[in-house]
Design a protein around this ligand. Structure first.
Ligand code: FAD
Length: 317
C-alpha cells in the first residue's frame, strides 16, 4: 500500500482534531505516515504519539532541526520536500489553515506537483471536493501532475479511531539559508476563552448587527452547547467582537456540524464562510431576512429573548 503523508497540526504536542480528520482521510488513500514538526511551544513527538496512534498513523516521522521552529513557514516546506523524497508518498495532506496553505503552496512549487486547497472531502483517487464561488458550485477535481498535495478544511471528515502503535523515526533535515529569511521574534498564545477554536468547532453560535453590541446571549448559548462564538463583519467592524472571530469572505471559513446565526441577515460575503455547515439555524426578527433561504431551521424572533430561552432549555437537559 502506498504511503500518504499527513502533516501533524498541534499545539505544544497536543494534536488538533483536524489531524485526526486527515489521518481518517489518509486511511482511505493508503498507509498514513504522520510528519511531526516540533514547535517553539515545548511539545514533543511523545506528547502527540497516543493521538496519532489512535487515528491510525502507521509511522511517525519526527523532524529535528532548531530552524524549523525559529523561522516562519519556508523551512517547513523544505523539510517536507526532503521527507517526500525519502518516503515517495502517493499524496500529501495538510490542514487548510493559513500556515498549512502556505506550506502546501511552497511544497507544490518545490515538488512541481499539483495542489488542491480547501477540500471539503477527499475520496480514493484521490478525488477531492471543493465548494467554490461563495459556495455556489461544488467542484470535484484530481491532481494530474506530480504528488497530489491537498489542503483539507476542518470537519471534512468525522475522525474514526483505528488503534495502531506507530514507530517513530527521527529524521534529520538540512535547511538552506534561503529558507531562513523570516525569523520568529516572539510568539504569544491567544488569550484562552475556554471555548473551542472557531475553525475546528463542531458547533458555532455567531452574532451579527442584530445583537446591538451585546454578545452576552450569544456567548451564553454557545457555552450551554460547548460551542465556539463567531461574528459577522458588521459586528466586528462595530468593535463588538474581535476580528479573529469573523466568519465570511474576509474572515474565517467554517464548516461545523451546527451553525447558529443570530441577528445576521445572510449577506453573500457571510454565507461564503459558513454555508457548507451541515445544519444551519437562524434567529432573526425579520421573516424576510435572506438568511432564511439557506437555513435548515429558522426562528423568527428577537435574539435577546430566543437565545436565553434556548440556553435555559439546553442547560436543563
Ligand atoms: P445586517 O446585514 O445589518 O443584518 C442584521 C440582521 O439582524 C438583520 O437581518 C435584522 O433583521 C436582524 N436583527 C436586528 N435586530 C435583531 C434582534 N433583536 N433579534 C434578531 N434579529 C435581529 N460580512 C461578513 O459577515 N463576513 C465577511 O467576511 C464579510 N466580508 C466582506 C467582504 C467584502 C468585500 C464586502 C463588500 C462585504 C463583506 N461583508 C462580510 C459584509 C456583508 O456584506 C454584510 O454587510 C454583513 O455580513 C452584515 O452583517 P450582519 O448580517 O450582522 O448585519
Amino acid at each position: 500500500m502506498s504511503n500518504v503523508l499527513v502533516l501533524v497540526d498541534h499545539s505544544a504536542g497536543k494534536v488538533r482534531k483536524t489531524t485526526a480528520e486527515l489521518l481518517t482521510i489518509a486511511r482511505r488513500l493508503g498507509e498514513p505516515v504522520a510528519v511531526f514538526i516540533g514547535g517553539n511551544d515545548g511539545g514533543s513527538v511523545s506528547d502527540a504519539l497516543p493521538a496519532l496512534g489512535q487515528y491510525g498513523a502507521t509511522k511517525v516521522i519526527a523532524l529535528s532541526s532548531p530552524e524549523l521552529s525559529q523561522f516562519l513557514v519556508a523551512p517547513k516546506a523544505e523539510a517536507l520536500q526532503q521527507v517526500a523524497a525519502k518516503v515517495e508518498p502517493s499524496a500529501i495532506l495538510i490542514s487548510s489553515n493559513a500556515e498549512g496553505k502556505e506550506i502546501a503552496a511552497r511544497l507544490a512549487v518545490k515538488l512541481e506537483s499539483g495542489l488542491i486547497t480547501d477540500a471539503v472531502d477527499v475520496q480514493e483517487g484521490p478525488v477531492t471536493t471543493q465548494s467554490v464561488f461563495a459556495g455556489n458550485y461544488t467542484v470535484k477535481s484530481k491532481v494530474t501532475h506530480g504528488t497530489p498535495i491537498i489542503t483539507v478544511k476542518p470537519n471534512a471528515a468525522t475522525p474514526e479511531a483505528a488503534e495502531t502503535s506507530p514507530e517513530v523515526e527521527e529524521f534529520e533535515v538540512s535547511i538552506s539559508d534561503t529558507a531562513k529569511t523570516a525569523r520568529i521574534t516572539e510568539s504569544k498564545p491567544r488569550e484562552a476563552t475556554g471555548r473551542p477554536e472557531l475553525t475546528e468547532a463542531a458547533i458555532i453560535v455567531s452574532g451579527g448587527r442584530g445583537t446591538g453590541g451585546d454578545f452576552g446571549p450569544v456567548e451564553a448559548f454557545a457555552d450551554s452547547l460547548g460551542a465556539a462564538v463567531g461574528a459577522s463583519r458588521a459586528a466586528v467592524d462595530s468593535g463588538w467582537y474581535p476580528h479573529a472571530y469573523q466568519v465570511g469572505q474576509t474572515g474565517k471559513t467554517v464548516s461545523p456540524q451546527l451553525y447558529v446565526a443570530a441577528g445576521i441577515s445572510g449577506a453573500i460575503q457571510h454565507r461564503a464562510g459558513m454555508q457548507t455547515s451541515k445544519t444551519i439555524v437562524a434567529v432573526n426578527k425579520d421573516p424576510e431576512a435572506p438568511i432564511f433561504e439557506l437555513v435548515d431551521f429558522g426562528v423568527v424572533g428577537d435574539l435577546h429573548k430566543v437565545l436565553p430561552t434556548a440556553t435555559e432549555e439546553v442547560t436543563k437537559r
